[in-house]
Design a protein around this ligand. Structure first.
Ligand code: UD1
Ligand code: UDP
Length: 372
């Protein structure tokens, strides 16, 4: 039997976390699949942290990241970088994930090579062209190029059906982020990690921990200024609170955060954490304040209330269940919502449910099964 040739392409931290379970699953079936991994390295350090933890070795590394890179150059570099790989390996199926520049540019390159395109985390939508930017259009464009849509939820499938995607081209699988979370949680049980040891020495666990992350392009400038103003106000007013903020390496984030939040006693600005340390920290936290997509999916499994610093979300399931709330980047609103969660025990409890709307840990298995 001829083996099917599979190429998985990814480039950023969240894509790597969510593609890692799929790489591992494909590699179990060496008789059915010849599996290769190409990293664009749209991210470098933040990607390598994930590759190390999941023990993944790429077959191709385009090594594209440049400090302060722009969307035009990166898009062109991904397409040109993939050309010789696609021509040489001639994959039957190219797997891309989600909504990054790597995903869309790779899907386009795969289309030029006439490979089948498989989209993981397909069908998420806000239908707002600029929010999140450029991710909403990235996933819509990728969706148009896709041959098999792996939708994480029934809601995502419904979005695709409304866009006239044929039913038999959509497979509902759950989100592989939950596979990754379960894998990491299991590994953490017997895991001794310097980063976690260092972190637990630095954090005062007798305080209420607020974990913050942020990186959305639409929040650059005014948005980040407002977020910093809210955090510094909360830190000043609430002595029993400790804010821990692993700061994304994008200079558009580093600059305002370091300018406005350095040297505040109960705010700790730290480097991006490797995945196990970040999960450990989410578990220690009382509240998570973020604009991240992936964290909105992980937090309900850990029973952590999330305030989302965005005006729209393509992940409505947790919003409907009431464990996630949109707060945008309005300083007063962020302060009000955090204060409410800190002071009103009943309200906090109502946002604290542990459940898994985004998956059951078997998404990668379902994806690979559907291709066997
Ligand atoms: C990218 C994705 C976004 C995703 C996010 C996850 C696009 C357009 N954006 O945004 O969808 O949600 O990743 O984090 O695809 N940098 C480093 N080291 C790293 C990573 C980034 O120094 O390991 C710095 C570099 O200066 C780089 C800059 O961050 O040029 C921006 O990286 P880029 O991938 O273009 O944008 P993100 O904001 O990370
Ligand atoms: N994450 C991590 N270290 C950190 C911050 C986040 O490993 O310091 C993980 C987090 O658990 C989630 C993913 O990175 O799985 C989210 O990435 P990000 O917020 O950068 O991107 P998004 O999900 O918004 O595309």
């Amino acid at each position: 039997m001829m083996r099917k040739k599979i190429l998985l392409v990814f480039g950023t931290r969240p894509e790597a976390i969510k593609m890692a379970p799929l790489v591992k699953e494909f590699k179990k079936y060496t008789d059915a699949f010849l599996t290769k991994v190409c990293i664009t390295a749209q991210h470098r350090e933040m990607l390598d942290q994930v590759m190390d933890f999941f023990e993944l070795t790429p077959d191709y590394d385009l090594n594209l990241m440049r400090p302060g890179q722009n969307l035009y150059q990166l898009t062109a570099d991904v397409i040109l970088g993939l050309k010789p790989i696609l021509e040489d390996f001639c994959p039957d199926y190219v797997f891309v994930h989600g909504d990054t520049t790597t995903s869309t540019a790779s899907a386009l390159a795969a289309f030029y090579n006439r490979s089948h395109i498989c989209h993981i985390e397909a069908g998420l939508r806000t239908y707002n062209k600029y929010s999140p930017f450029p991710e909403e259009m990235n996933r819509q464009i990728t969706g148009r190029l896709t041959d098999i849509h792996f939708a994480p939820t029934e809601g995502a499938k419904q979005n695709l059906l409304k866009e006239n995607v044929e039913d038999d081209k959509i497979v509902v699988t759950g989100n592989t982020v939950i596979d990754a979370l379960f894998y990491a949680t299991e590994k953490l049980k017997n895991y001794s990690d310097d980063e976690i040891r260092k972190l637990s020495g630095m954090i005062d666990l007798s305080k209420q921990i607020i974990l913050v992350t942020g990186h959305r392009r639409e929040n650059f400038g005014e948005g980040f200024k407002n977020i910093c103003a809210a955090l510094s106000e909360i830190a000043k007013n609430k002595e029993d609170v400790q804010i821990i903020y692993p700061v994304h390496l994008n200079p558009n984030v580093q600059d305002p955060v370091n300018k406005f939040l350095s040297n505040i006693n109960n705010i700790k600005l730290i480097s991006p954490l490797a995945y196990p340390a970040f999960i450990w920290l989410m578990n220690q936290s009382k509240i998570i304040l973020t604009d991240s997509g992936g964290i909105q999916e992980e937090a309900p499994s850990l029973g952590k209330p999330v305030l989302v610093m965005r005006n729209t979300t393509e992940r409505p399931e947790a919003l409907t269940a009431g464990t996630v709330k949109l707060v945008g980047t309005d300083t007063e609103k962020i302060i009000r919502e955090i204060t409410l969660l800190l002071e009103d025990k009943e309200y906090y409890k109502s946002m604290q449910k542990v459940y898994n709307p985004y998956g059951d840990g078997k998404a990668a298995q379902r994806i690979v099964d559907s291709l066997k």
